[in-house]
Design a protein around this ligand. Structure first.
Ligand SMILES: Nc1ncnc2c1ncn2[C@@H]1O[C@H](COP(=O)(O)OP(=O)(O)OP(=O)(O)O)[C@@H](O)[C@H]1O
Ligand SMILES: O=P(O)(O)OC[C@H]1O[C@](O)(CO)[C@@H](O)[C@@H]1O
Length: 356
């Protein structure tokens, strides 16, 4: 009897991260089942940045993002230029109410507290920069992810076409590029085709950088909006840069754009690059399936990205229909004995999907 088995497996997590990943998975799959917030971690090398929290009625908690007006309370605001834009001004309720928030848990019990909320992103009725006042910079840091160039392109074109901003530069080679390299001018024309290329046209890097030198460069170049695209390490760096900017009292907005191919951020719809990863996985799965079917008792094993997170493996499995078993780090499995992986054989010639 020929048995064709295609197994998709996400790499095993490091033991320390398992609890965190379990929490992320629960939040993503079933927000109502999310456990109560864990007590704050004890001593770490550097104290975590202080959270900006606000309370409301019925146990409502707003876990807010920092804002320029936190330390520049008298900052002048202006009507959003979008309100006169021919493409947007006709759309009713285009602007996000400044007080709109998004609940961390979607499903709650009628008697439970309203819980943690996050400020909703989107264009505001009033903004804190005039278009000709803006001098923006974009930087990409950390590892590569599909869509980095698309994000760079959309920031440049969005600033230009929607907000009338003409001064945008790229920082080359990641954080260090702020003080080690010259900037490159970014215009809608220069970024027009970059989304068709892989990687990041700005270059990237990992490793130590000097926050004071970065902020010196921001200050010297007169940059007042910084768009920082990168993973968790990059965002920690962005928080540090913001802290230094705030300490110096500069009118400079720091925008963190989260990058994770693994889609392991609970409160956003989807992270950029995830769809491409799932799509690309199909090719590997197809190839493994063909191989497995061609051999007697053939087994095809596909190892996908996601050291601590099984979303790519799980979505690729759901899309493929040729996968018999999907192993993800959030769900423990074992090989031998009753219920063990080795005891589950797929029906011959059929595609049986088992998720472990
Ligand atoms: N805790 C931190 N504080 C300040 N800067 C940091 C911190 N962690 C990392 N960085 C800086 O952020 C940049 C990118 O970090 P890192 O190499 O960890 O990638 P990442 O953003 O986590 O992306 P990836 O998901 O691809 O690993 C590096 O320049 C690094 O020095
Ligand atoms: O091998 P490392 O350095 O742990 O990184 C692997 C991680 O990086 C990624 O490839 C991109 O975030 C993940 O899919 C994977 O979990």
């Amino acid at each position: 009897m020929e048995v064709a088995t295609t197994v998709v497996v996400a790499p095993a997590p490091a033991a320390d991260d398992k609890a965190l990943q379990q929490k992320l998975f629960e939040l993503k799959m079933n927000p109502s089942a999310a456990p109560a917030p864990a007590p704050a971690k004890k001593a770490s090398a550097k104290p975590a940045a202080k959270k900006k929290l606000a309370g409301g009625s019925g146990g409502y908690v707003l876990e807010d993002v920092p804002h320029l007006t936190d330390y520049l309370p008298n900052l002048q605001s202006f009507p959003n230029p979008l309100q006169n834009h021919p493409a947007y001004s006709v759309v009713k309720q285009y602007f996000v109410n400044a007080d709109d928030t998004v609940a961390k848990k979607i499903v709650v019990h009628k008697s439970s507290a309203r819980g943690t909320h996050f400020r909703r992103a989107g264009p505001r009725q009033r903004v804190y920069f005039q278009p000709d006042e803006v001098s923006a910079a974009i930087v990409t840091c950390g590892g590569l992810c599909p869509g980095l160039n698309t994000v760079v392109r959309e920031i440049v074109c969005g600033l230009h076409d929607m907000y009338g901003v003409t001064s945008v530069v790229g920082i080359e080679g990641g954080y260090k590029g702020f003080y080690a390299r010259n900037t490159v001018e970014l215009t809608p024309r220069s970024v027009n085709d970059i989304h068709k290329r892989g990687g990041t046209v700005l270059g990237t890097s990992r490793g130590g950088q000097d926050t004071a030198k970065i902020v010196d460069s921001i200050q010297d170049r007169g940059i007042n909006q910084v768009y920082i695209i990168g993973g968790d390490g990059t965002q920690k760096g962005a928080a540090t840069i913001h802290e230094e900017i705030q300490r110096r009292g500069l009118k400079c907005a720091v925008v963190g754009v989260p990058k994770t191919i693994d889609n392991d951020i609970a409160v956003i719809d989807k992270s950029f690059g995830f769809d491409t990863a799932v799509e690309e996985a199909q090719r590997a799965i197809n190839a493994a399936h063909v191989e497995a079917e061609s051999a007697e008792n053939g087994v095809g094993v596909v190892k996908l990205m996601g050291r601590n997170s099984g979303f790519i493996a799980m979505y690729a499995t759901l899309a493929s229909r040729d996968v018999d078993c999907c192993l993800i780090p959030e769900s423990p499995f074992y090989l031998d004995g009753k219920g063990g992986l080795s005891s589950s054989s797929p029906r011959s010639g059929s595609a049986t999907t088992a998720t472990w």
